[in-house]
Design a protein around this ligand. Sequence first.
Ligand code: HEC
Ligand code: HEC
Length: 321
Amino acid sequence: MKIVVTLSLFLVFIFCLSQCSQSTHLEKQLTKPTSIEELGKLLFFDSLLSRGNQVSCASCHKPEFAFSDTTALSFGVDSAKGVRNTPSAMNLSSRSFHFWDGRAETLEEQASGPIENTVEMALPLSEVVRRLNKHEQYRSFFISIFGKIADKKNVVDALAAYERTLETNNSAFDNYMTEKDTMQFSAAAKRGRIIFNEKGKCFDCHFGPDFTGDQFRNIGLFNGKELNDSGRFIVTRKPTDLGKFKTPGLRNVSITGPYMHNGMHKTLKEVIDYYNEPDKFVSNSINRDSLLKKPLHLSVKEKLDLEAFLNSLTDKQFLKN
Ligand code: HEC
Ligand code: HEC
């Protein structure tokens, strides 16, 4: 008798468990989106877009780190390790190329990349579309936003529309430039700005409102040996493009480390030490830009000032959200 009672209690317990997990799965109430951007946001944070529902875009592009990751290389489904550092997915609306090698020219084109990439989300886009149309809420969201059910095009359109909302323009530097608040921009940051523009030659590549000229340059992180990511060359096959990478924008850079396509520098201090004397880090680089030919000879104080300037590009308002 006792055994029967225990057994039946146990079965009831198991039944409840399966029902509970099923109902949270089925009834995870999503907020009904009122725009393409809001629908894109739901998708960006939903692991339904990955094999085995393991990761979402936000697993690697974390909002609290300006939509980047804190590891040199990120992990995708089944803990597969990626081969490049996760860049910030912010301030991309004016970019003409995406990915470190620029292989996608629009955010729409970009979005299908991580979904299908076997070390990221590892799911064919057609399967994502099928899942969304099987999901009662998403099915109705797509109909109400696009006037039709999900398809390969509107899924990436929604993701891209959300990404275009991720613009930041409220850093200490911005507020100094617009005279909204000139106090936050410290004296050190002011001196650092001059070093950035002149002695450090940073501005020669990191120019424009988002501190990127949208060009492919080689700062010396390719030697064909242990540093063997040939960057832009993979796309164009031009020998002059060996080791060139997209110059990344520098907004919010204080919180997007580790840095570079391979995440080799942990801190901005290290990045500045690198630019100060690249040969100290990589002495056998191939095709390094002539701007980085000679050491910069920055003093300790100049390095700190330059770092203060880079720190002033962080939009704190966005961090609070
Ligand atoms: C497993 C980690 C991971 C996941 C998940 C992931 N990404 Fe990425 N993302 C990366 C890495 C790494 C790169 C750089 C790859 C490269 O340059 O080859 C990248 C690059 C990007 C870029 C290009 C930024 C630029 O302009 O250079 C965008 C935009 C982006 N991801 C958006 C997304 C979206 C949207 C999703 C979800 C559909 C997503 N990512 C999912 C790791 C990830
Ligand atoms: C010749 C052009 C060029 C010059 C000059 C240059 N950069 Fe860069 N910068 C790049 C490129 C290209 C990358 C990406 C390189 C890679 O990943 O291999 C980069 C990467 C960075 C990164 C890493 C950003 C991230 O998200 O990973 C920082 C920070 C940075 N640069 C700051 C500076 C500073 C500070 C200076 C001046 C001392 C400077 N850069 C000078 C082209 C340049």
